[in-house]
Design a binder for this molecule. Sequence first.
Ligand SMILES: NC(=O)C1=CN([C@@H]2O[C@H](COP(=O)(O)OP(=O)(O)OC[C@H]3O[C@@H](n4cnc5c(N)ncnc54)[C@H](O)[C@@H]3O)[C@@H](O)[C@H]2O)[C@@H](O)CC1
Ligand SMILES: [K+]
Length: 288
Amino acid sequence: MADDGVSFVSAAQAKEIDEKLMGPEFGFSIDQLMELAGLSVASALCEVYPPRSHSRVLVLCGPGNNGGDGLVAARHLFHFGYEVEVCYPKRTDRPIYNGLVTQLSTLGIPFVDAETLRGGDPLVTTCDVVVDALFGFSFTGAPRAPFDALLELLNPHNSPPPIVAVDIPSGWSVDEGDESGEGMRPELLVSLTAPKLGAKTFKGPHHFVGGRFVPPAIAEEFELVLPQYMGSDQCARVSGLLTPGGGGFGFIKGPTMGGVLMKSPANESAEEAKRPPGYWDTSSDEDE
Ligand SMILES: NC(=O)C1=CN([C@@H]2O[C@H](COP(=O)(O)OP(=O)(O)OC[C@H]3O[C@@H](n4cnc5c(N)ncnc54)[C@H](O)[C@@H]3O)[C@@H](O)[C@H]2O)[C@@H](O)CC1
Ligand SMILES: [K+]
């Protein structure tokens, strides 16, 4: 299904695409995909929240691959010049995750536990931006401990700093979005491969697609309309920019790639971005 020029996929389709990528036909490994996914998250964050204005980043990592993307992003953010802190409360004892933790530890990146965060100063005083890498497309049901407490810290009523959600905002239904209307409200969503259906309820100012690894044959098979990545960019903006005359989102039709229609963002900077209708302005929540 395509809307606003890009496809949205269900949780089931996302899983299918994932399996296809890592199957014998396409031959990817999870390490590769996670590395590119995490790099695209770090790149999008850096574009919207540069280190000169948002130097302190807290990365919240869950037990699955979404958490792995967060661990990868944390490493890249360190190299991009951020002061990074990681909360990874339920570690998965598998070589890929152990390796990522070792890489962060050798960089001197501190790990903070969930209890400390919960009992500590408000997040908005201790960090400038939070990465939500708690759950991705395999999240179901109500969040269990200790993640429920971390999600609570990200709830609008706790006035968190700007949130960057990886793939889908954690706690939202992957297919339905923020059903209750009481979930977190990220400012930046980095959808991986293609936005999930739940992302249709995302009203934040910045939506990027990352994970620049989809072979045209897969895009074609799943009838995906993907954004066109510019130059060597790892992520592509899919909403949040209006064309100079204010006449709609800043897409121009791109070339076709492998028979798949590609789209590309208008050539505008994030600073010039105008806010689309319905956009939620987290800075005004205190007044609500
Ligand atoms: N093809 C892609 O697009 C890629 C996707 N990747 C990432 O992989 C993610 C999917 O990863 P996974 O399938 O490992 O799953 P998730 O990372 O979504 O999470 C699964 C974990 O969360 C736990 N969980 C689920 N519901 C819960 C609840 N209500 N309370 C507490 N724990 C809960 C599960 O027990 C499991 O440990 C994507 O969203 C994306 O971030 C990348 O790493 C690689 C490439
Ligand atoms: K997430």
